[in-house]
Design a protein around this ligand. Structure first.
Ligand code: KIV
Length: 272
């Protein structure tokens, strides 16, 4: 498993860091087998696997349930777990208790929290020994305000994002995810920061890239953002299920090859 120090060294050596979301045992197993550096149990699971409209409905229990399965599937990969909407920004003591629960129950390597307003939370978690990845730019938990579009498109907003990135680093963030921002701005921020910057829709100058598993594999996805590249096609699953349905109805399945044969066993013989 990569350590945080190794991820820092990768940044210093200009070696790109790969990150993919995973939400369950098989997707985590695949990510680990593919030797992806880091797994994010994103609260995007609200849309990709739970069928919600946004990440806002996702609860801390949802995150714990899915992250535990991911940890079982990828015991040797650096796993980051999202702090869901509503689990931070309430009351310092309570927020910290939830962070400890999320970190401890899931055996995550780090938590990820959205927004530049969380500097105190980042400090508190760091003091407690919990590494925090800060998510800036387009933060889907605030989609009601930002919309799903490129962020920091004015000079003032770009400067604000640079200041925010420096502030979360100063507060103790161990890594930053930068979503849907112009690539030159992402490059500027990546160069200014000491900690690794992982981009999604932020060009190729960041220290690494993250994409959503279901986007990469076209798995039940209705809309692909401009920055998504599809590397596989799980939509074949629907065709396969339709074929299975047809064969059950037409009694082609199960055929002889998929049927236990009736046999009389002698004592000591084993059945197939
Ligand atoms: O929840 C998620 O999947 C994320 C990524 C899009 C970075 O936050």
């Amino acid at each position: 498993m990569k350590t945080l120090n190794q991820l820092m060294t990768m940044k210093q050596n200009n070696e790109k860091i790969s990150m993919i979301t995973a939400y369950d045992f098989p997707s985590a197993k695949q990510a680990e087998a593919a030797q992806i550096d880091t797994i994010l149990v994103g609260d995007s699971l609200g849309m990709t696997v739970l069928g919600y409209e946004s990440t806002v409905q996702v609860t801390i229990e949802d995150m714990i349930h899915h992250a535990k399965a991911v940890r079982r599937g990828a015991p040797n990969t650096y796993v980051i777990v999202d702090v869901p909407f509503g689990a931070v920004g309430l009351n310092e003591q309570y927020d910290l208790e939830l962070a400890v629960k999320l970190y401890r129950d899931t055996q995550a390597n780090a938590l990820k929290a959205e927004g530049a307003h969380l500097t105190q939370y980042i400090k508190n978690c760091r003091n407690m020994g919990i590494p925090i990845v800060s998510h800036l730019g387009l933060t889907p938990q605030s989609v009601g305000i930002t919309g799903y579009k490129m962020q920091a498109s004015t000079k003032a907003a770009a400067q604000q994002l640079v200041d925010d990135a420096l502030a979360v680093q100063q507060a103790g963030a161990s890594m930053i995810v930068l979503e849907a921002v112009p690539s030159d701005l992402a490059q500027d921020i990546t160069l200014k920061l000491d900690v690794p910057v992982i981009g999604i829709g932020a060009g190729n100058s960041t220290n690494g890239q993250v994409l959503v598993y279901h986007d990469v594999l076209n798995y039940g996805v209705e809309h692909q953002a401009k920055f998504v590249k599809q590397y596989g096609d799980f939509s074949v699953g629907t065709k396969a299920l339709a074929k299975y349905n047809e064969e059950v109805k037409s009694q082609q399945f199960p055929d002889a090859a998929h049927t236990y044969k009736k046999q009389v066993l002698e004592a000591g013989e084993e059945s197939e």
